[in-house]
Design a protein around this ligand. Sequence first.
Ligand code: BMA
Length: 332
Amino acid sequence: MKNKVIADTLKNIPWQKKPKNLKDPVWRYQDNPIIKRDEQKFSNSIFNSAVVPYQDKFAGVFRCDSKSISMDIFVGFSDDGINWEIESDPIEFKGAEPEILKREYRYDPRVTKIGDKYYISWCNGYHGPTIGLAYTTDFKEFYQLENAFLPFNRNGVLFPRKINGKYAMLSRPSDNGHTPFGDIFYSQSPDLEYWGHHRHVMGTYPGDKSAWQSTKIGPGPVPIETEIGWLLIYHGVINTCNGFVYRMGVAILDREQPWQVKYRSKNYILAPQKLYECVGDVPNVVFPCASLVDAATGRIAIYYGCADTVTGLAFTTVDQLIAYAQENPLEA
Ligand code: BMA
């Protein structure tokens, strides 16, 4: 392993060897999708979801759209990170403010462990989409905090530690619909309530230099800290005659000033190419919301939504992602 990872070891990370002769930096689990659309009692689809190591096993927060197509988030547990039991009832939040607890819709959760708390950030309906925040210590009781931003914003993901003494979040300001634009921004907070000191991190690439990310981009899983910078897996979108296509990309952000992009790959790292990624309720979508990392080996397991219908698992390593970003650079 060339690049040191600043994280815990995770001996039981789900893992499969890279297929021989594969040149791509990311490879899929052979029995994908790991979660089918109707594995939860009332679900139409289970996709953009987040998992974390928990008590030597795994816990997660799952986006399940119901058979009435209401979007909500549900707790799940797994012994191996591959086979999941997802609860039948959505997460019920406690919190100080009844106004903030009113539910409109909830989707696309991320889970970040900071200290002994697991923070959930998700796209929260509050007169339009914004970033909801909550925490739990046991995946039983959940405490909702104030929304981080005004509408409209999506894809809020917290860094796993304070940076320069402040909590830090990436997000993607948006509109009220199927946003046809979008750059990634960095925001800071002393207390997870008041957010400011916003910085632009990176934007789209018009033209055909890196056309898969020419319409909008948004942060995916919790950034992974390495010696050379924060490894950011994100989604990039192109608008085609058949609608949006969502692919996955990688960038490396400065460790102390994460709004400075050190490397960014011109090429995507995963694209909708398998049937379950190309066909579903929304075709041609791979949408990463979580990753697991093992600091001892640099192994990474990526959890991603497939065609807004099922959940997939893919693998890579810290070294391969860093090399890919450095060897296929997108220059400003
Ligand atoms: C985005 C979000 C995601 C979804 C994607 C593709 O705007 O709604 O939840 O996966 O569109 O439909």
